[in-house]
Design a protein around this ligand. Structure first.
Ligand code: PLP
Ligand code: COI
Length: 372
């Protein structure tokens, strides 16, 4: 009996046909000196196709264009989802992933919401492992550098009728990255979007689908025009409750007087993304002895507590941006500053603590890291 049958878990072997002409060591070193975010890609990618009700064999092959029929459903009706996770250099020269099983589970959740086939966790995890192993030399060694991994799936059936497509491409690409925000860990300014929303109750806010990001871009452009790096979105019904940023979750540190200081993040209502960094920080904050709470925060509370001094710190968190302090909030009705507008000590401490785990410099007591 094969192992496959014995364990009951299907395995997904990846056919290895790596790039026969990878970039030279010198060229790669040059590309790795200052890669920015999401502009440089490694030599290889993994691709698998779903058709006739099942997943075909996955292949690791040279990074390059994927042929598409102009009628491919994703380009018309936006059946597309993605994930984002990172591989980090470890002190022994190896590499490790942070909680990839969480990304696998969220990818299945996103697939269900978009009426797409689920990618089995075994295929998702093995495709990432195979790509990181093959392109290990691309994992940056400079401080806070990492290999950003982007698994994604889209409908490629050439059909213009509106229904879930019958065929899909799942692929994984990887990009060596430095800081997401060009200014590094300097506090960012947020644009408070009061007339545009990112997601609605019953919509796709808690799925990681391209459409959510398309919907956020106009507000993001308005943010840039107002001198802000990111948008903060409010709930769609009351336009009152803080949800998240275009690509990050948000935390507040409130001083509740005799009740102590408390880290607060909005609850998962279904219209915001269940960030893996958010989840990890709820755990890490408790480890550090902070009181943590998931509860709604209104824009009035945010503004008034910034004014009365009981709002000590605010930060955004996500895979790409790690933890980014928020300095000020600007909107149509003016702006307000959070404390002195600088990165606060709790933000800095949590950021370092998370990075230390990810880079193998602190004990991984929650068993989050997966060596590749
Ligand atoms: N919210 C949105 C809309 C995002 O795109 C992301 C990034 O993935 C996050 C939150 C943070 O999620 P995670 O911590 O899993 O990266
Ligand atoms: C991430 O943090 O992985 C994101 O998806 C944010 C953004 C790059 C879309």
């Amino acid at each position: 009996m094969s192992t496959e049958l014995a364990t009951g878990a299907p395995t997904f072997p990846i056919a290895l046909r790596p790039n026969a002409t990878p970039v030279s060591d010198d060229e790669r070193a040059e590309l790795l000196t200052n890669p920015g975010f999401g502009r440089v890609f490694t030599d290889n990618m993994v691709v698998a196709q779903f058709a006739n009700g099942g997943w075909g064999d996955a292949e690791l092959r040279a990074y390059g264009p994927v042929p598409l029929d102009p009628a491919a459903a994703a380009m018309h009706y936006a059946q597309e989802i993605f994930e984002g996770l990172k591989a980090y250099r470890q002190p022994d020269g190896g590499t490790a992933l942070f909680r990839p099983e969480r990304n696998a589970a969220r990818f299945r959740h996103s697939a269900r919401r978009l009426s797409m086939p689920e990618v089995p966790d075994e295929l998702f995890l093995e495709s990432i492992r195979a790509l990181v192993e093959q392109d290990r030399a691309w994992v940056p060694e400079f401080a806070e550098g990492s290999l950003y991994i982007r698994p994604f799936m889209f409908a490629n059936e050439p059909f213009l009728g509106v229904r879930p497509a019958l065929s899909y491409i799942y692929a994984v690409i990887a990009s060596p990255v430095g800081a997401y925000f060009p200014r590094g860990v300097k506090p960012v300014n947020l644009w408070l979007s009061t007339d545009r929303v990112r997601a609605v109750p019953g919509g796709t806010g808690d799925a990681k689908c391209g459409g959510n990001y398309a919907a956020s871009l106009l507000a993001q452009s308005e943010a840039a025009e107002a001198g802000c790096e990111q948008v903060v979105f409010l709930d769609a019904v009351e336009r009152r409750w803080v949800e998240e940023l275009g690509g990050m979750n948000i935390f507040f540190l409130f001083d509740d007087g005799a009740a102590g200081r408390r880290l607060v993040t909005p609850p998962l209502t279904g219209s915001l993304l269940a960030g893996i960094t958010r989840d990890s920080l709820l755990t890490l904050s408790a480890d550090h002895g902070h009181l943590v709470e998931e509860r709604p925060v209104s824009i009035e509370e945010w503004r008034s507590r910034a004014a009365d001094g009981s709002l000590l710190e605010v930060f955004a968190c996500g895979t790409a941006a790690v933890i980014t302090p928020i300095g000020r909030v600007r909107g149509k009705d003016g702006e307000f500053v959070i404390a002195d507008g600088e990165a606060g000590p709790v933000t800095t401490e949590l950021r370092q603590s998370l990075l230390d785990i990810q880079y193998g410099k602190a004990p991984d007591k929650h068993n989050w890291m997966r060596a590749v």
